[in-house]
Design a protein around this ligand. Structure first.
Ligand SMILES: *Cc1c(COP(=O)(O)O)cnc(C)c1O
Length: 223
């Protein structure tokens, strides 16, 4: 039987393209709860959102065993709203933000999983650390005092381009950064890389977690 919105079918198609070792985060930003529920009913448990208020609202009304991933740009003053329940924050892009996550997680007696966002795109608008900044940060003496965050790996967004060679080079840079980071933070195991348009290339370069939105939920309409 066909599903109401086609989400279950899309999900199945996307999963066919992923090796079993790669985690699929269904990126549901701007999409109504009905579509997320359909993905949930088809077995999906990892969902990614970009906006704090939207994430808080969705988490309140959807099933409690969903693992919520925050994949957008996170402002320090908004960490407190997601700290009680977020499963993985993908976009840690400063030491100050990491300290704030640690502080808010401590208030809830939690250890919040975090990825360090690495700047790999040849574009002005993307956030993140350079590989060197990332390695410098994890060697700061204060870094060792952060007991309420777990650094699980890296996240990267490639340039919005169809240039395959460039995508290969950017994702390969992310993999190198991950390997270097692992020397200092051995428990790192996640490379969050790849979206609807470039997941195959990201996986070739070691991605363990893809963030896919439009291939599952359809195109987004921004007003
Ligand atoms: C929106 C978004 C995605 C998903 O993009 P699609 O092209 O719809 O798959 C992945 N990662 C981040 C950080 C995003 O903001």
């Amino acid at each position: 039987m066909a599903s109401l919105f086609g989400v279950a079918e899309n999900l199945q198609e996307v999963k066919k393209t992923l090796p079993p070792t790669v985690t699929l985060v269904a990126v549901s930003k701007t999409k109504p709860n009905e579509l997320l529920q359909e993905a949930y009913d088809a077995g999906q448990r990892d969902f990614g959102e970009n906006y704090v208020q939207e994430l808080v609202d969705k988490a309140a009304s959807l099933p409690k065993d969903i693992r919520w991933h925050f994949i957008g740009h996170l402002q320090s003053n908004k960490v407190k709203y997601i700290a009680p329940f977020v499963y993985l924050i993908h976009g840690i892009d400063s030491f100050k933000l990491l300290q704030e996550v640690n502080k808010q997680a401590a208030k809830h007696n939690r250890v919040v999983n975090c990825l360090l966002q690495i700047y790999i795109a040849k574009e002005e608008s993307k956030f993140g650390f350079s590989a060197q900044e990332c390695l410098d940060m994890v060697q700061l003496p204060e870094f060792k005092n952060l007991n309420n965050v777990a650094i699980c790996g890296v996240m990267g967004m490639a340039s919005n381009t169809t240039n395959q060679a460039q995508l290969h080079s950017e994702f390969s840079e992310l993999k190198q950064c991950f390997d270097a980071l692992k020397v200092f933070v051995p428990q790192c195991s996640i490379i969050s890389a790849g979206m609807s348009g470039d997941a195959d290339i990201a996986i070739e370069h070691g991605s363990t977690m893809v963030r896919i939105g439009s291939s599952i939920f359809g195109k987004r309409n921004y007003q």
